[in-house]
Ligand binder design. Structure first.
Ligand code: ADP
Ligand code: MG
Length: 262
């Protein structure tokens, strides 16, 4: 891990009307991290992803990517720099086949420059590249699945499609907003090696997760949020040993998982 942060979140505040969604939130993401962000519902996790990726403008504070300020830039500029994201509520083009969902990001300037994941600067036939990426991410190449309409894909495949859409940009960082939610234990189990592979490929990952047990298998560091603030950060063992973390989760649906984590 290098000492220079790849992403630096500095004192970011976001208000929506009277709601303080983020309150002077600061943390760093380092190259090669799989950084977990956890916290009860409504603690501001999606909002910080929205701020980092330009979908929401911070009310105050600054965000840097490789030392360059990105706060205030529009989403397509930030994505073009190499910061990709998935959506908690999946956003495929439902009326297109799965592989065509990737053809669209493959027309982006960044994909043209990079060739897409493993493109090595050369973008071949976009349909073929799309199928290549889908295969990498767990769509059986010789099956009909890559050709199915996105609207008919089960959640497990749609979550993978969200990740595949990011890979089409050959990103440096992917922010994953609850990619495990709605998946069965066996589907998650099959996603974990994929996450590990992305990390080995040199992609830095920020993972917002409710599924703590599965998250802790892959995350080297965890930031805990509560009421828009950073409650604590550290390794999974460190943060789970902090009584304030259990207190923050008290009464929420994940409480049993937090309580039984040991
Ligand atoms: P999390 O992802 O941790 O569940 P969010 O970031 O979605 O939390 O939400 C943090 C707080 O900000 C919540 O109180 C939520 O209702 C509020 N919020 C988020 N987005 C908006 C918005 N677009 N307009 C108004 N309030 C919002
Ligand atoms: Mg959320």
């Amino acid at each position: 891990m290098s000492a220079e942060p790849i992403l630096e979140i500095r004192e970011v505040t976001k208000t929506f009307g009277g709601i303080l969604a983020l309150n002077r939130l600061s943390f760093n993401v380092y190259q090669g991290d799989v950084l977990g962000i956890i916290g009860p519902n409504g603690s501001g996790k999606t909002t910080i992803v929205n701020c980092i990726t330009g979908f929401v403008k911070p009310s105050s504070g600054r965000i840097f990517f490789r030392g360059k300020e990105i706060s205030g830039k529009p989403p397509h500029k930030i994505a073009d720099m190499g910061v990709a994201r998935t959506f908690q509520i999946m956003r495929p083009y439902y009326s297109l086949p799965a592989y065509k969902n990737l053809v669209i990001p493959l027309f982006s300037p960044r994909a043209k420059r990079t060739g897409g994941w493993r493109g090595g600067g050369k973008l071949g036939d976009r349909n073929t590249v799309s199928i290549d990426i889908l295969e990498e991410i767990g769509f059986e190449r010789d099956s009909y699945v890559p050709y199915k309409m996105a609207s008919s894909l089960p959640t497990g495949y749609l979550k993978r499609l969200e990740l595949a859409r990011c890979l089409a940009l050959k990103p440096d960082v992917i922010l994953c907003d609850e990619v495990f939610s709605g998946l069965s234990m066996s589907e998650i189990a099959s996603m974990v090696p994929l996450i590990e592979r992305l990390q080995m490929e040199g992609i830095t990952l920020v993972m917002i997760e409710h599924r703590l047990r599965e998250l802790f298998r892959v995350a080297n560091r965890v930031v805990v949020m509560n009421f828009g603030e950073k409650l604590t950060e550290g390794t999974s063992d460190e943060v789970m040993a902090d009584p304030r973390v259990k207190e923050a989760y008290f009464g929420s649906e994940e409480i049993s998982e937090v309580m039984t984590y040991a």
